[in-house]
Design a protein around this ligand. Structure first.
Ligand SMILES: *[C@@H]1O[C@H](CO)[C@@H](O)[C@H](O)[C@H]1NC(C)=O
Ligand SMILES: *[C@@H]1O[C@H](CO)[C@@H](O)[C@H](O)[C@H]1NC(C)=O
Length: 463
């Protein structure tokens, strides 16, 4: 037994050491390493999660979850994954429902055999502030958040994250994500290239955008034809939805608080016919009845062969709201009572939706950054047809010739989708049978696509 003064001195030294480490963030492994998530199967890779401050003054901090590659992480690239919304969580949607190592199922986590950390070290970021566990102690920070603020915070996040993980500083870096990340990612990549002119910090090697919003009108107006061709609306409603009031006009009016009587009538007819019992993010997938009716009992349809849990989002909400899970993740709830899939506190500038980011994508391609746009082909929210038109149009504008003509690609022995490549740098691909959240509904095909993207190769031409 140490005598009291010695114990005090020893304790003092430990406190000093910890204080010093917090100041310089010297042992990320010590503070952010996740030893074990509740209900998690045994795995051979490391996980980290915690906060990175992006603004000391306003105490704004972004939450991340980092899954190192399953095998040989030192030789694999770093991939930043961003979900859209704006305001939805990359942790809950990306990591725990799509391409992360685990999916919640009841009390436990089940290993995702097609996790993207088989190919890369994946960093999931909850952004902007107010999303998931990311917070600001000054709630006025949640007002009027926009694309500019988000891109800048994301850049600062990565800069500071590299202080915690210096071994990843010079690593090949890719950014991938979906939906509204069609705004976040090109805008962040553009900032990185600007930053690199002064200090070559970001070794950016490519971006992949899944069902992305790239040009508001083209993307949103492809919805009508998608609904119509999939039998969700009648011939006469299709006509109204294209001639009397198209979807971009409706959204534009809605976001300005002035929906015209004609648009109101058209949208009401469209909603009646499409029905709320069809998931717009995958028109062939059954909805999770509990989500729609807000009832707690989960109804999982049984499918032959593959079983897809369409209620996985509910499972994630339950899982991430467990106190033991939050503790294991080093997460805190600041200013909110519950972790939510999409933020209830964030007030995001709705008109930024109309900023075209396809032009930024063009700039990135010109700067030599490979870009892949991929589409889950069952999604009616950002349908493949709009994305395909935009990529094709961009290739023409940039004078890029087709290097891989439109053809099928294979995942296993089946057709995984279609692809076309322009100038060996800009590519488009569909993922057959996939939803807006492609890796959720077609995990195996999505992993094939992800691997080809990282390797800078066209998708497999044969099996
Ligand atoms: C970063 O990587 C490049 C090659 O991609 C290499 O030339 C350079 O020496 C590396 N820098 C550091 C600090 O490791
Ligand atoms: C959608 O409606 C707007 C406003 O009426 C119009 O300017 C635009 O051309 C329409 N787009 C399509 C694809 O029909």
């Amino acid at each position: 037994m140490l005598s009291l003064p010695w114990r005090t001195v020893a304790l003092g030294l430990i406190v000093l050491q910890v204080w010093f480490c917090v100041q310089v963030e010297c042992f990320p492994a010590l503070f952010d390493r996740v030893t074990q998530l509740p209900g998690q199967p045994k795995v051979g890779f490391q996980q980290y999660s915690g906060y990175v401050t992006v603004d000391e003054k306003k105490q704004r901090a972004l939450f991340y979850y980092f899954a190192e590659a399953e095998v040989d992480p030192a030789s694999k690239p770093l991939v930043l994954w961003l979900n859209g919304g704006p305001g939805c969580s990359s942790l809950g949607v990306g990591a725990f429902s799509e391409n992360g190592p685990f999916r919640p199922s009841g009390e436990v986590l089940v290993k995702n055999q097609y996790s993207w950390n088989r190919e890369a070290n994946i960093l999931y970021l909850e952004a902007p502030i107010g999303v998931g566990f990311s917070y600001s102690t000054d709630v006025s920070s949640y007002e009027a958040v926009n694309d500019k603020i988000t891109a800048r915070d994301n850049l600062v996040f990565l800069q500071n994250w590299f202080l915690k993980f210096p071994q990843y500083r010079n690593r090949s870096l890719f950014i991938s994500g979906e939906s509204y990340a069609g705004h976040y990612i090109p805008q962040l990549a553009e900032l990185m290239l600007q930053f690199n002119k002064k200090d070559k910090l970001f070794n950016l090697k490519g971006i992949a955008l899944g069902n992305p919003v790239l040009e508001f009108a083209t993307d949103f107006n492809s919805r009508a034809e998608f609904f119509w061709s999939h039998g969700l609306i009648s011939d006469s409603t299709y006509k109204m939805f294209t001639i009397s009031c198209n979807y971009s006009r409706y959204v534009s009016e809605y976001n300005r608080g002035t929906v015209s009587p004609i648009c109101s009538r058209v949208m009401s007819q469209v909603s009646t016919e499409t029905s709320r019992f069809v998931d717009k993010y995958d028109v062939t997938l059954d909805v999770c009845i509990s989500s729609v009716l807000s009832q707690s009992k989960v109804l999982t349809p049984q499918q032959v062969g593959e079983t897809i849990d369409v209620c996985v989002e509910d499972e994630t909400v339950n899982y991430l709201n467990r106190q033991d899970v939050q503790k294991a993740l080093h997460a805190r709830l600041v200013g909110v009572h519950k972790w939510a899939v999409c933020s209830n506190v964030l007030d995001y500038e709705p008109l930024d939706l109309e900023i075209p980011t396809i032009t930024i994508v063009g700039g990135l391609v010109k700067a030599g950054i490979p870009v892949m746009v991929y589409s889950g082909d069952q999604d009616s929210v950002i349908p493949l047809t709009g994305s395909r038109t935009l990529v094709n149009r961009l290739a023409k504008e940039l004078g890029l010739k087709t290097t891989v003509p439109y053809r099928v690609w294979f995942g296993g022995q089946q057709v995984g989708g279609w692809t076309q490549v322009y100038g060996n740098i800009l590519s488009f691909a569909t993922i057959r049978g996939a939803s807006h959240e492609a890796p959720f509904s077609q995990p195996e095909r999505s992993l094939v696509l992800f691997k080809a993207f990282l390797e800078g190769r066209p998708l497999p031409e044969a099996f």
